[in-house]
Design a protein around this ligand. Structure first.
Ligand SMILES: NC(=O)c1ccc[n+]([C@@H]2O[C@H](COP(=O)([O-])OP(=O)(O)OC[C@H]3O[C@@H](n4cnc5c(N)ncnc54)[C@H](O)[C@@H]3O)[C@@H](O)[C@H]2O)c1
Length: 302
């Protein structure tokens, strides 16, 4: 296949001052995109820390001959989202790619987590992704082209102890991306999700510093999903250590009750193994798809 080029494309990468976002920004710039490097800086929990590292990533991109501009605005408000998108349009004249990568962590078991912490995590991950994506999405719809890349996590897809706020926000991001994939389809706006597994400050307690899970292993997927070469939408892809695989929300074959008799709780108990059996899975691509399949199965008119 011919090489993937992002020449003349403009990208926003949120949370790009360090960790995975920095690697994504560098890779997108290397592929030819002009990049808005957005990052507030700060500690892992979103509290104040070092001053914004966004400019130093911009300097790296400029030194390598690329185009970039820094943004230190938080993604966690609607005005912030607008301002980040405005920065791209004012500096580079358009916006084609958004990578919603900014994130914080405030892990606590569900029994103990403070609502302030729960909300702060949702504000950055789920709401922040929406706040940046909406002005971008409107612009992309108008211009008839766009690539949205969202960042979720296996805490959202599969669950993880102590991450009720983070996991629920990350699962919500998959829902958001799926709806935007459906709403954007007619205007050439594709929306996909990456679930990275990589060594960063967020995971330093999990991976050794010399582990195989280098953040550089995720960037090729992000560049592909951000490019014209990508024709897929509504996908969720897990990536780590150079391995890539699709994450699906599927339906088992299931069990259907008799058409002329109400199903009882005892019937459900009797058939629960069959209902939950995942040996055959289908993957609807919309709520309408699921309904169509169910109506067909029940031989209903709709
Ligand atoms: N590292 C992994 O294995 C892993 C796994 C699953 C998901 N993720 C996700 O990948 C993304 C990047 O994480 P990372 O591992 O590189 O951690 P990281 O802490 O290095 O990166 C997150 C970045 O987001 C920035 N940020 C925080 N709040 C912000 C705000 N309100 N506005 C703008 N920027 C803000 C931070 O300053 C930081 O630079 C996150 O969304 C994270 O949840 C990472």
């Amino acid at each position: 296949m011919s090489s993937i080029s992002l020449t003349d494309r403009v990208a926003v990468v949120t949370g790009a001052g360090g960790g995975l976002g920095r690697i994504y920004a560098l890779a997108l710039a290397r592929a030819g995109a002009a990049v808005v490097v957005n990052d507030t800086g700060g500690a892992l929990d979103g509290g104040s820390g070092q001053t914004s590292p966004a400019q130093s990533v911009v300097d790296e991109i400029l030194a390598a001959g690329g185009a970039a501009i820094a943004s230190t605005t938080s993604v966690a408000t609607p005005e912030g989202g607008e301002a980040i998108v405005d920065t791209a349009v004012e500096a580079f004249g358009s916006l084609d790619i958004v990578v919603n990568n900014a994130g914080i962590l405030r892990d606590r078991s569900f029994a103990k987590i403070d609502w302030d912490d729960f909300h702060a995590v949702h504000d950055v991950h789920l709401r922040g992704s929406a706040y940046v994506s909406r002005p971008a999405f409107r612009k992309m719809q108008e211009q008839g082209y766009g690539r949205l890349v969202f960042v979720s996590s296996n805490a959202g897809t599969f669950g993880n102890f102590g991450q009720s706020a983070y996991g629920s926000a990350k699962a919500g991001i998959i829902g958001l991306s799926g709806v935007l994939a459906i709403e954007g389809a007619r205007s050439g706006v594709l929306s996909n999700v990456v679930c990275p597994i990589a060594r960063t400050r967020m995971t330093e307690g999990i991976f050794e510093s010399d582990s195989a899970y280098a953040p550089e292993q995720i960037a090729p997927l992000v560049v592909y999903l951000a490019s014209e070469a990508c024709t897929q939408t509504h996908m969720v892809v897990s990536a780590g250590g150079g391995h890539f695989s699709r994450v699906v929300t599927g339906l088992s074959e299931g069990w259907t009750g008799a058409p002329d008799e109400p199903v009882t709780a005892e019937d459900v108990a009797t058939h629960i193994e069959q209902i939950l059996d995942t040996s055959q899975i289908s993957v609807p691509m919309s709520a309408a798809d699921e309904l169509q399949g169910l109506s067909d199965r029940l031989n209903l008119q709709h």
